[in-house]
Design a protein around this ligand. Structure first.
Ligand code: EPU
Length: 428
């Protein structure tokens, strides 16, 4: 086990290069299974979620060859299993995408329910509703989600909630189904568009991705392709937030500024100066942050995956801010950790009232989930003294080289093994 030890209070300065998008990668990799020939997928983030998915694909019979740390060649032509076991799915939220991909490939799938971050009930009823509309019989057997069909047939599916996962899963299952599938009230996140572009580059016929109505005309065959994943919107937002929180000056490069609009708008409200370039944004903060109200919503609203990070900035803002969670039932578990550091936050249901204090105090804290972990790093970086963060496996799931990237910006952050209750220092 390891933890992060941060000596905070230093403004971040310099340039950070953003990796490929986790939430695009975890959809695009299972989508490779639908092809009849090898695919090359580039700009993959080097994170444990991706490693877990690649292992699961190997176990299904895919041939996986790493070309370099961010590029992989996958030959799915020998995939002969449709079972993703509990052990394979452990810690992986995106395991559910194997349901859509395997149903789409072989009309058969048996997949352990998803693991991953825990912030309230994470149902998949809309995924199931979509598969059933396409003609699959879905059951739960021995704790595994089982789907089978003679042949999938296009259908019109209205999502009762805007769900990223259900939209992706239905796209995966429908791409080779006979006829036309229409997904209404579809999610519009950048990674949905990326998945559609990836599938279209294999020969699929998907229109409308990025809008609320996606139309998929089934094709008989998908061929291997060569594809580069979009930059990670949330990783970019996290470094932007860290620059603001530490009163820094950071160029966040290899990003798509269009994907960052809501984040840029809210960080500007806190007083940040943000200049947008073609593939970078420069974030400069010169004053104590100002209060601002934030409500998370599906894209193009403010992303729920940036809620803990911006809330962390607001703990030291001038005035009282209200943060409302509009996507998940319970995404305020990190609040307790910030409170340990002296933050003044009152949570009432899906709303947090944050009264800014001058500064937080260093303390030992936990990463209670991936983005909560990112928020703890930001809290540690903006707070003078030594903050220790445990449970960092969550952070490694989604942030590539997080220690190296923050160190290059001038942060004092170390990854420290925890051995029998004692700690041993290791070079970053
Ligand atoms: N929902 C249902 N029924 C369903 C599916 C979802 O009621 O069948 C509800 C959920 O309970 C939630 C809302 O719909 O209240 C949205 O959930 P969604 O399905 O959009 O979330 P997801 O696909 O499980 C992805 C990301 C999350 C991100 C959400 C929202 C991946 C692998 N995960 O989850 O990312 O928070 O969309 O944008 O893409 C993260 O990266 O830290 C992370 C948790």
């Amino acid at each position: 086990m390891e933890k992060f030890v941060i000596n905070g209070g230093k403004p971040l300065k310099g340039e950070v290069r953003i990796s490929g998008a986790k939430n695009a990668a975890v959809a695009i990799l299972p989508a490779v299974l639908l092809a009849d020939s090898p695919c090359i997928v580039d700009n993959l983030p080097n994170i444990s979620d991706v490693a877990t998915i690649l292992k699961a694909m190997q176990a299904l019979g895919a041939n996986v060859r790493l070309i370099n740390k961010t590029c992989v060649e996958i030959d799915p032509s020998h995939v002969n299993s449709f079972v993703v076991s509990k052990q394979m799915a452990e810690g992986m939220r995106a395991s559910s995408y194997f349901l859509g991909a395997l149903l789409g490939k072989m009309n058969r799938a048996r997949v352990a329910p998803p693991g991953g971050c825990n912030f309230g009930v994470r149902p998949i009823d809309q995924h199931i509703k979509g598969f059933e509309a396409l003609g699959a019989k879905m059951t739960i057997e021995n704790g595994m989600v089982d789907g089978r069909a003679m042949a999938l047939k296009g259908a019109s599916i209205y999502l009762d909630v805007v769900s990223v996962g259900a939209t992706i899963n239905i796209m995966l299952a429908a791409v080779k189904a006979k006829g036309l599938t229409v997904i209404e009230n579809a999610a519009r996140e950048p990674h949905i568009v990326d998945l559609a572009n990836f599938l279209n580059s294999m020969g699929a016929n998907i229109m409308g991705a990025g809008t609320g109505v996606i139309k998929i005309r089934g094709v008989d065959k998908l061929e291997g392709t060569n594809y580069s994943i979009i930059p990670d919107q949330i990783e970019a937002g996290t470094y932007m937030a860290a620059a603001v929180a530490t009163m820094g000056d950071v160029l966040v490069s290899n990003v798509t500024p269009k994907h960052l609009e809501s984040i840029i708008a809210k960080l500007r409200e806190t007083g940040a100066e943000i200049i947008e370039f073609d593939e970078a944004v420069r974030v400069t903060m010169r004053t104590r942050p100002k209060k601002c109200n934030v409500k998370t919503m599906p894209h193009p609203g403010f992303p729920t995956d940036m809620q803990p990070q911006i809330a962390t900035i607001l703990t030291i803002a001038e005035g009282t801010s209200i943060v409302t969670e509009g996507v998940w039932d319970n995404r305020f578990r990190y609040v307790e950790q910030l409170t340990i550091m002296g933050a003044d936050i009152q949570v009432d249901g899906k709303m947090a009232v944050i009264t800014g204090v001058k500064q937080l105090n260093p303390a030992p804290v936990q990463a209670v989930d991936l983005r909560a972990g990112a928020a703890m790093i930001i809290a540690g970086l903006m707070t003078e003294g030594t903050t220790e963060i445990e449970n960092i496996v969550y952070i490694d799931r989604g942030y590539e080289n997080v220690v190296e990237k923050f160190t290059a910006l001038g942060a004092d952050i170390k990854r420290v093994p925890i051995i029998d209750g004692a700690v041993e220092l290791k070079q970053a």
